[in-house]
Design a protein around this ligand. Structure first.
Ligand SMILES: *Cc1c(COP(=O)(O)O)cnc(C)c1O
Ligand SMILES: [Zn+2]
Length: 419
């Protein structure tokens, strides 16, 4: 039974030590609320849109870190933005699965952090717990998000649980993803052009007072509370490795909220003396665009590129986020551009090892193929963040299962074709 006291919507501010929002570019600080999603006002005066993060009055002792990585992010409440009571659906606590050693090309330990086992089958649940909590905290009448899939579904689901109306602006989707987005009783509408989508989103924010739950600016700035939820992936990896840090973490990159969040989580673990060094963050981008790779190479905060078509629709973008630059630079990491063929091969290979991943997700496993040549894995284990399950891909359902009449002859014919 839900009592008024436990209904989603009560913000358990008491447990969080979040103090303010801070610009990643100029360092200017702002009060914790309202969340500044469209970029730092101070940098805006210089003509640059910069993302913000949350700063904390960190507890002195490391007691906030639990002993075991169980699901439910409220366990990490002191180091997260204020979370709404009873909103968690047991997100996080996902398995860290060791890739079979005989299938690893090199002399190192390789692990897959399987985020496909979240409530809506992607890491985006961790972000939306924080973002929907923010929408409730400011008393927004609804939420609006522009998303091609996973973020939209997670936003719809968490808003639904909170009793908030959500408008999800997507692009036309494969049938499985369309049903997935529509499953949560929210308003889902397709607007193919990205810029038109963002203009409409701005209008919904202005006219209806809806809370922005995704990016809607160029360059991207994103919701400052979102990445904070991803810090918990770093905490869990540390605990799951038996209180060790990996040497490097391979992460699929779009606007780098995930990349930055995982980096920041490890940075905090270092700050508390749990680990000696921040692992190298290896950003993985589809080769058709790869703006973060170019931004790092050119020493620019943000670059625009011509991005060709990619099956990795969840992550292929023509502009990078400054968040990614910070994570790569401060972790002494790097960015790898991965081709469509490499992603497809990685998807098949991971499938043969028992895991079905979305193309955008298996890019991290594809990138880890380069570990040996990059000399990685000698100082510690390597981890690939596997963000989402394969059922969301563009080509899902296109290959029919061979149909036979059930006779032994027909079966033998099929078996012969397998060799
Ligand atoms: C959103 C998404 C990512 C990347 O997340 P960013 O934080 O935007 O970089 C990676 N993989 C999948 C499957 C996603 O949906
Ligand atoms: Zn700024």
């Amino acid at each position: 039974m839900t009592t008024p006291e436990t209904a989603p919507g009560r913000i358990a501010t008491g447990q969080s030590t979040a103090r303010a929002q801070r610009c990643l570019f100029c360092g200017a600080e702002y009060p914790l609320y309202p969340p500044i999603v469209a970029g730092c006002p101070n940098c805006e005066r210089e003509g640059f849109k910069a993302p913000l993060e949350i700063v904390y009055d960190y507890p002195e002792s490391g007691d906030w870190l639990p002993d075991s990585p169980l699901p439910g992010l409220t366990r990490y409440a002191p180091l997260l933005p204020p979370l709404a009571d009873n909103l968690s659906m047991g997100e996080g606590g996902t398995p860290l699965v060791q890739h079979p050693p005989h299938l690893v090309d090199g002399d190192f330990e390789l692990y897959i952090k399987d985020e496909s086992r979240n409530p809506t089958w992607s890491h985006k649940d961790r972000l939306n717990l924080c973002v929907v909590s923010a929408a409730l905290a400011v008393g927004a009448p609804g939420m609006v998000a522009a998303s091609s899939g996973n973020h939209g579904a997670a936003a719809a689901a968490y808003a639904a649980r909170a009793g908030l109306h959500a408008v999800i602006l997507c692009t036309p989707r494969p049938p499985a993803v369309a049903s997935f987005l529509q499953a949560y009783g929210q308003t889902v509408v397709a607007v193919p052009d990205v810029l038109t989508r963002w203009t409409l989103m701005q209008r919904i924010i202005d006219e209806l007072g809806y809370h922005p739950a995704s990016n809607f600016t160029t360059p991207p700035t994103n919701h400052p509370f979102g990445s904070e939820g991803y810090k918990t992936i770093a905490y869990e990896i540390y605990l799951q490795l038996g209180r060790r840090a990996p040497e490097a973490v391979f992460i699929p990159v779009s606007y780098a909220e995930l990349t930055f969040g995982v980096f920041k989580g490890f940075k905090e673990l270092k700050q508390y003396g749990f680990i000696p060094e921040i692992p190298h963050i290896i950003g993985c981008e589809p080769a058709v665009g790869a703006p973060l790779k170019r931004a790092i190479a050119e020493g620019q905060p943000v670059v625009h590129v011509d991005a060709g078509p990619s099956d990795a629709y969840a992550i292929a973008v023509p502009v990078n986020s400054y968040r990614g630059v910070v994570a790569i630079r401060e972790s002494e990491g790097l960015v790898l551009a991965i081709t469509e063929e490499e992603m497809k091969a990685a998807q098949a290979e991971l499938g043969r090892a028992g895991m079905w991943g979305e193309i955008s997700s298996v890019i991290s496993f594809a990138a880890a193929k380069q570990a040996k040549s990059l000399g990685l894995g000698k100082k510690g284990p390597l981890v690939c963040v596997h963000t989402s399950s394969g059922f969301k891909d563009i080509h899902v359902g296109e290959t029919p299962i061979p149909l036979i009449d059930g006779s032994w002859d027909a079966f033998q014919e099929l078996m012969a074709a397998r060799q």
